[in-house]
Design a binder for this molecule. Structure first.
Ligand code: GUN
Length: 286
């Protein structure tokens, strides 16, 4: 039987509707959640993501400011902009889209964003809080994956979860969130030996590799849950994931499509974090 599709479009819509309702409750109290997004350079994918974030903010009744800065912008100018944004009350969340140009220190930028406005949850204080299991913000992509598992009543406790990829944005926090839900977690990466032997043991397989069609059917255990975090462009310009969808959906129990999967959840979770930031900063419990 072909795998059940985990529908990121439907779930993200449901979450955005809830956020829109909560945002209107805040509005009655005179508060509009505000997000500032900084994008440095010309990366076309980043421009698409940032435009999607802006549109999503508008649809939920949030206030947003988008700063599109040239590739050559000095690091000091970005830090100065963050300094201004951080003291503005109407800005509850600040995000700098990655990847950054080479001359800009990611570490300096992440440290400049105050933890309470760090809606990406990339600041070391927030990373530490996530590891410790007591946090306000969760990185958006792993948070979106956990929402998907929850929505489809997929049991995580006691399961073997295999995450392919060890990035700070996805692989590492994803592994920690699965661990908090009592999975037994294996993290695989580019130096992992006998990768397919490990992935074939996965009850839940998360692919965050960044390589088109990397996970093939022979790497998947029959009945597994397969989550595709990849966002790759095919030769024809169309978006596709890290998982060979046609092959893997023949043997998995559940699978996320690309597009229409995790990517949409990432945006929904950013809105959720921004709403949470606005509530915390204004001492409001919804
Ligand atoms: N680039 C790719 N994903 C993300 C994300 O979740 N946040 C930021 N800031 N940059 C990204």
């Amino acid at each position: 039987m072909p795998a059940q599709i985990i529908d990121g479009r439907a779930l993200s819509k449901k979450i955005r509707q809830r956020i829109t309702e909560e945002s209107s409750v805040l509005k009655e109290k005179g508060i509009i959640p505000g997000l500032a997004v900084i994008l440095i350079g010309d990366d076309p994918a980043s421009h698409t993501y940032v435009n999607n974030k802006k549109k999503a903010c508008e649809e939920c009744g949030f206030y947003s400011e988008i700063y599109k800065l040239p590739e050559s912008t000095p690091e000091a100018d970005v830090l100065e902009l963050i300094e201004v944004l951080k003291s503005r009350k109407e800005i509850n969340g600040i995000l700098v889209q990655s990847p950054f140009p080479k001359h800009i220190s990611e570490k300096k930028i992440l440290l400049a964003i105050p933890p309470e406005k760090d809606v990406d949850a990339f600041h070391p204080q927030n990373v530490g809080a996530i590891v410790a299991g007591d946090f306000d913000f969760v990185p958006c992509t792993p948070a979106g994956v956990m929402e998907m598992l929850n929505e489809y009543n997929i049991e995580v406790s006691g399961k073997h979860a295999v995450v392919i990829g060890r990035s700070n944005i996805v692989g590492k926090p994803m592994s920690i969130l699965l661990l908090h839900k009592h999975a037994t977690v294996t993290i695989c990466h580019s130096r992992t030996k006998y990768l397919a032997d490990i992935t074939r043991q996965a009850d839940i397989l998360v692919a965050a590799v960044g390589r088109l069609g990397f996970v093939t059917a022979d790497m998947v255990k029959p009945g597994a849950v397969v989550i595709d975090v990849g966002m790759n462009r095919k030769e024809d310009g169309k978006l596709a994931g890290d998982v060979d969808f046609n092959g893997v959906s023949e043997i998995a129990a559940y699978i996320t499509p690309v597009p229409g999967g995790v990517g949409l959840m990432t945006v929904a979770m950013l809105l959720q974090n921004t709403l949470r930031a606005a509530c915390i900063q204004n001492n409001i419990v919804l």
